[in-house]
Write a protein that binds this ligand. Structure first.
Ligand code: C2E
Ligand code: MG
Ligand code: MG
Length: 606
């Protein structure tokens, strides 16, 4: 860009300050041409037309004076500056908003698109080449793509781009680095209790503290949610530990938002580049992150609010698995890693099975089969549960449709995570899936766990009522495992209750359990709720349940969860062993020696 000082004789528009050559609107075209001829470096002049400045560039003038057919000069020799001005679209507001400027440029006609623009900045007019706008925009976009908008910290992509050169391929070709994996403790509770606005403010404030605890050269990254990674450069373990302690101590002071004093803690995991073998820089960074994540999970398990460090010679397999689950989970949907199995409900008085529960199964290339007990809470933590939940709803509706088309309609119960309920889209997602597959609402039910409802009772109650109004059944799952069970029954609109396996386990051996279950069944009946017993494994349990008037039973005694095709095969193959007569189709009892292959009890701490 070239801007010349005005000739002293020229009237300069006061507001514009100075900096560009400003000519009055009645300046003859010949005079302007002479100016350009005299100064080859002059790119443009500003024309002041009755106080309104416009830009006249050399290219525009040349175009007009030459003319497409060469008659331009003859036509324009005697016109004034204002007649030479191009169509509007060269003047930009004083605050040069790059996006707005780019929009102006792109809206221009092709022949004017690449001409300079005039910006009336506070310190004077500025002539801005189009290339400068797009270069600025590309810097802006790159900045946005590599940073987290909420906290302004680098994002995961930034770490993946800039981290590997810092880590190097070996510690000898670069100075030692470390990763601190930082995770806020129970952040979900803050979000659920005070709302997302407060949650966001907390994350922003914590990010500022994180930055203050680290050194300028360190790369502080928000990986997502309440998870951060700090890449410490040129650091020994003692220094890394002291930075970690500083971060832990930074939370001693409460975070204040909207008059709330929020006391938060964090758990950290440390990994040193000296822990890991040589490899490509990107692979070493990945290993470092995984090791630090594993150390953090271990520290959570050990009581949170501390720094975890894993002996690289003895990696904690269980936490390594959890860390791997986190990393693999986002790929599962894209790679068709999920499937649904279906476990029948048996009507205890008729023996018929006309409903099933959909249970999610995940088989991963690296991890093998992963139980929902292991991965659902991870997905809730990472937010992947939203996409997974939508997939489950869609797949279940598609299956309900197939069964209905095949002439054996089966209602499918879908498990819904508390996090899905908190997001508030459940009613919409379910109804959209029903419409998509042309399935009546009576063929879909949902199961929510007690904790699901506890976090935001009014919102949960409103959504559940909307579902019930639409004809979708709503059962409270794992009933009896949360502490305010009775209050839940009172406050939530429900159509069914599923009694947790822990009650059923002892029902045929422990009289107290049987009395408790009898009480719950009476309560459920009084409230017109359909009662289902979960985890029924023995005939004796089923006999007690029948005696107590329980409606449905589910469990390995009746059937393990099966793929849809196997449910199809077992249709109408009722066996005498079940001890029931028609009507309806039933499923033969599963051999008691065959446990659900995926249900490996794993009590990972969240
Ligand atoms: P849940 O909804 O209470 O499901 C019952 C669990 O008990 C299932 O485990 C089932 O395989 C198992 N089970 C059924 N009968 C018996 C039995 O007789 N004995 C024993 N020992 N276990 C039995 P699974 O499939 O591993 O699922 C565990 C939990 O994971 C589910 O508990 C549910 O809370 C959650 N889950 C499963 N699929 C989904 C899903 O699609 N979305 C969400 N949000 N959660 C899901
Ligand atoms: Mg369930
Ligand atoms: Mg259950």
């Amino acid at each position: 860009m070239h801007v010349r000082a005005p000739r002293p004789a020229e009237p300069v528009i006061g507001d514009l300050g100075c900096g560009a050559l400003v000519l009055p609107g009645d300046t003859p075209s010949g005079e302007i041409e002479a100016l350009f001829r005299a100064d080859r470096a002059l790119r443009a002049v500003v024309i002041n037309d009755a106080g309104i400045p416009s830009l006249l560039t050399r290219a525009q003038l040349d175009h007009r004076m030459t003319g497409r057919l060469g008659y331009g000069r003859a036509l324009n020799a005697r016109v004034e500056a204002t007649d030479l001005l191009p169509p509007p679209g060269t003047l930009l507001p004083p605050s040069l908003d790059l996006r707005a400027a780019a929009a102006v440029v792109l809206a221009r006609q092709e022949q004017h698109r690449y001409e300079d623009l005039l910006v009336l900045a506070a310190d004077g007019p500025r002539i801005v080449p189009v290339s400068e706008i797009f270069e600025g925009l590309s810097v802006l976009f790159r900045q946005a793509a590599l940073h987290d908008p909420l906290t302004g910290l680098a994002n995961r992509r930034h770490l993946e781009e800039q981290g590997p050169p810092l880590v190097g391929a070996t510690d000898s070709d670069s100075s030692p680095t470390a990763i601190l994996y930082v995770d806020l403790d129970d952040f979900k509770i803050t979000n659920d209790t005070f709302g997302h606005r407060t949650g966001d403010a907390v994350l922003a404030e914590f990010s500022a503290r994180l930055r203050a605890c680290t050194r300028p050269a360190d790369l502080v990254t928000r990986l997502g949610g309440d998870e951060f990674a700090v890449l410490l450069v040129d650091v020994d373990e003692a220094t890394a530990r002291s930075i970690a302690q500083r971060i832990l101590a930074s939370l001693a002071e409460p975070l204040t938002h909207d008059g709330h004093d929020l006391r938060l803690t964090a758990t950290l995991g440390l990994a040193m580049s000296t822990d890991i073998d040589d490899g490509t820089p990107a692979a070493r960074l990945e290993d470092l992150l995984r090791l630090a994540d594993t150390a953090m999970l271990q520290a959570k398990h050990d009581g949170k609010r501390r720094l975890g460090r894993i002996d690289p010679c003895r990696p904690a397999a269980r936490f390594a698995r959890q860390a791997l689950i986190r990393r693999r989970l986002p790929h599962a949907l894209a790679n068709a890693g999920f499937s649904l199995h279906y476990q029948p409900f048996m009507n205890i008085s008729t023996g018929s099975c006309t409903a099933v529960e959909a249970l999610l199964r995940w088989e991963d290339q690296e991890l093998g089969k992963v139980s929902p007990v292991e991965f659902i809470h991870v997905a809730e933590h990472t937010g992947d549960i939203h996409a997974i939940g939508r997939w489950v709803i869609d797949t279940a509706c598609a299956q309900a449709r197939r069964w209905a088309d095949a002439g054996s309609p089966r209602a499918i119960s879908v498990n819904i995570s508390p996090v899905q309920l908190a997001a508030g889209n459940l009613v919409h997602d379910l109804q959209a899936a029903l419409r998509r597959h042309g399935v009546p609402a009576s063929l879909v039910n949902i199961e929510i766990t007690e904790t699901a409802a506890i976090t935001d009772l009014p919102s949960a109650a409103a959504q559940l009522q909307a579902l019930i109004d639409a004809g979708i059944g709503v059962a409270l799952d794992d009933y009896g495992t949360a502490y305010s069970s009775l209050a839940m029954l009172r406050d939530l609109p429900l159509t069914g209750l599923k009694l947790d396996k822990s009650f059923i386990d002892l029902i045929d051996t422990d009289p107290t359990s049987a009395i408790l279950v009898a009480g719950i069944i009476t309560t459920a009946k009084a409230m017109s709720l359909t009662m289902t017993a979960e985890g029924v494994e023995r005939d004796a349990q089923l006999a007690v349940l029948r005696q107590l008037g329980c409606d449905n039973a589910q469990g390995y005694l009746i059937s393990v969860p099966l793929p849809a095709q196997e449910i199809d095969l077992t249709q109408n193959t009722r066996t005498a062993a079940a001890g029931y007569g028609p009507p309806g189709w039933t499923i033969p009892r599963a051999p008691q020696t065959r446990p659900d292959p995926v249900h490996t009890p794993f009590t990972a701490s969240p």
